[in-house]
Design a protein around this ligand. Structure first.
Ligand code: PRX
Length: 649
């Protein structure tokens, strides 16, 4: 990769453009004009068993390209074995810290041995290439170990965020028909014990595919062990260090499924390949953060989300970095927990979400000032738009006006960062609130409703016009949904579902979702998924869920509910429904408010007019209502809102 950068830097630069913008634009052009040689050179940094055929092969149907189709590799080999063959063998891969302060340090060699031992256990339990393995675990080192062991065997992991409830876990198991679940006895969050194994047991009452459950001892709580189904990991793991030959998989072999919200009630099993994803995770971490062997990298995301997959597990390990895994809540037991971790380990690159930054803004700067944060050299933001006020606070208090902030736009589907400053290549002038320019290989544009390109300053839909290596390969088990979700709206072009605008310098400003997906504390929650959960409760006849702006979490879910005959609105029922949602989807989906109404505003064709509900809760003008079926329903919703406001005040 260095070779490409050097080549470009040697080119004469155009006048009147910032030199770093110049460099970035030249690399960008090269990557789009000659994808084949560009990505081949990047791929050379990684290990491949076979390199047959092209890197980039056009395909007639979405996603319109195969990446490394006939090349063979293994993600776990690249993340581990490759490093233990050189001086990185005894380099620290992970510093792990638990909420209660326990610490573990794993070198690349340690991690490699652990992964082999884990892979040995999985293999003995019958896991082989192509099998699906569901992983439902807190942030302990065994989580990345289980993921790496799975891909070592060529099996496909589906990590389910450990904050999801039993019902949501069961749906995700059923969708991909996994054979095994890996979990822990329990987990800790804010000092509380969470019964992860109990949640798995509940979920398994609603699944048929699971043959075995592998349980890792973490919390020491009593759990139910079902004979011939449940196995303690420590009873199966060998005391020796077996070597498990990595499965040589094709570049397009699925490496993992990660469920995310779409616009229907059913979550989408975003499926990533191996070769393209691997190159993308490696390349984006290098270009965006400019990370190297001197760095201590800390991405605070839970591994249960894509940010954790790519920037806690695969990216850092592929690059041979040292990174931090912290198990607990950011403000536990005190609001300066994160700052003390940065100080203790000398973190140099820190990557988090605007929601977390806003939470710390609320706690105030005193907590930060107690710590020496001078080791930091790059700060990152991900998951939601970062408004200039938050950007400036992050820059001033955490970055101490020294470090650049990389505002990174991307999605579960894109595998890694797509639009962001790229100090690893060249640092363009930053503008607070803008993710700046697309990465090499990302042919981003803003389209109008009719598919024509928007002018600078004109808001439209963000699209990606060319295939890039990190793109999802399908939605597990539903290729039609994959095509319809991403490639139908603007034929042949990847539709992101986000609004954006480009300014006169070509910088991108991301303006939030254009569909009915919420961003709650950076997590993606589909309103349709929540509505389906409400509708499965016996008291609910109709449900409409919308996102209300929130000063910390960006959005919170708010529900308008029509009850079935025989049920009366009451504070008890409201509490019961709230609890029901927590138990069905998980605490992250907890509605902030539930309004009971007698009817919902709908169009003549029966579609719920969420715009009206949003206007009501945001106290905004309702706007165009010419398509509404029954105008009294607006009054109805307004009345319910006013009533509840009075009741709550
Ligand atoms: O709306 C965009 C928002 O998060 C969505 C993707 O969510 P998810 O798949 O959960 O992945 C989150 C982590 C990559 C996008 O469609 N989003 C993500 N990053 C940004 C952002 N919005 C604005 N600025 C960002 N930097």
């Amino acid at each position: 990769m260095e070779e490409i950068i050097e080549e470009i830097k040697a080119l004469p630069l155009s006048k009147n453009i910032h030199p770093d913008v110049n460099i970035l634009k030249s690399i960008y052009r090269k990557s789009l004009e000659d994808s084949e040689s560009f990505w081949r050179k990047i791929a050379e940094d990684l290990f491949w068993y076979e390199k047959n055929g092209p890197v980039y092969e056009p395909k007639e149907t979405p996603p319109y390209a195969y990446w490394f189709k006939q090349w063979k590799t293994n993600l776990s080999y690249n993340a581990l074995d490759r490093h233990i063959e050189n001086w990185r063998k005894n380099k620290v891969a992970y510093y792990w810290e638990s909420e209660s302060g326990e610490r573990r340090t794993l070198t690349y060699y340690d991690l490699c041995k652990e992964v082999n031992r884990f892979a040995y256990v999985l293999k003995n339990l019958g896991i082989k290439k192509g099998d699906r393995v569901t992983i439902y675990m807190p942030m302990i080192p065994e989580l990345p170990i289980a993921m790496l062991a799975t891909v070592r065997l060529g099996a496909i992991h589906s990590v389910v965020f450990s904050g999801f409830a039993a019902h949501a876990l069961a749906d995700r198991i059923n969708d991909c028909q996994s054979k095994i679940v890996i979990t822990t006895d329990g987990a800790f969050r804010r000092g509380r014990l969470i019964d992860t194994k109990g949640i798995v047991d509940d979920a398994l009452n609603h699944t048929k595919s699971i043959e075995k459950v592998l349980v890792i001892k973490r919390a020491g709580n009593d759990v139910n062990i079902m004979e011939d189904r449940d196995y303690w990991y420590h009873e199966l793991v060998p005391s020796t260090n077996p070597y498990i030959e990595p499965e040589r998989v094709e570049g397009i072999h699925p490496s993992f499924i990660l469920y995310t919200s779409g616009t229907t009630g059913k979550p989408k099993g975003i499926t990533h390949g191996t070769g393209g994803y691997m190159v993308w995770a490696y390349f984006t971490l290098k270009t965006v953060f400019g990370a190297d062997d001197k760095d201590i990298f800390w991405c605070t995301a839970d591994i249960g989300w894509i940010t954790g997959h790519t920037y806690v597990v695969y990216g850092p390990l592929l690059m041979g970095l040292t990174s931090i895994i912290y198990e607990g809540a950011p403000d536990y037991p005190r609001p300066d927990r994160w700052w003390s971790i940065i100080e203790d380990y000398g973190v140099t690159i820190f990557y988090t979400s605007p929601t977390a930054i806003r939470m710390h803004m609320k706690y105030g700067e005193e907590w930060i000032k107690r710590h020496d944060l001078s080791s930091l050299r790059v700060l990152g933001s991900v998951g939601e738009p970062i408004n200039p006020e938050v950007w400036n606070w992050y820059y001033k208090y955490i970055g101490q006006e020294r470090t650049p902030i990389v505002d990174t736009w991307w999605q579960t589907e894109t595998g890694g960062i797509m639009i962001s400053p790229q100090p690893g290549l060249a640092l363009v002038p930053l503008k607070p609130g803008s993710a700046t320019l697309p990465l090499p290989g990302v042919d981003a544009d803003v389209f109008r409703e009719d598919g024509t390109p928007a002018k600078p300053g004109e808001k439209g839909y963000l699209v990606i016009k060319k295939p890039w290596p990190g793109c999802l390969i399908t939605i597990w088990g539903d290729n039609d949904r994959f095509v319809n979700s991403y490639y139908r709206r603007f034929p042949g072009v990847y539709y992101t579902g986000d609004f954006a605008v480009r300014d006169n310098d070509g910088y991108f400003w991301l303006l939030g979702r254009a569909d009915e997906i919420l961003k709650v504390a950076g997590h993606r929650i589909g309103t349709a998924e929540l509505e389906a959960a409400f509708l499965s409760h016996k008291a609910v006849a109709e449900a409409a869920v919308i996102g209300k702006s929130d000063p910390v979490k960006m959005q919170v879910p708010v529900a308008f509910i029509v009850l079935r005959p025989g049920y009366e609105p009451s504070p008890q029922l409201r509490m019961e429904l709230t609890k029901y949602i927590k138990e069905t989807i998980g605490p992250i989906a907890t509605p902030q408010t539930i309004y009971f109404v007698e009817k919902l505003p709908k169009t003549r064709s029966g579609k719920i007019m969420r715009r009206i509900l949003i206007a009501i809760v945001e106290n905004k003008n309702i706007g165009d209502i010419t398509t509404i079926e029954d105008e009294t329903s607006i009054e109805e919703a307004k009345r319910a809102y006013e009533e509840l406001k009075t009741m709550l005040s």
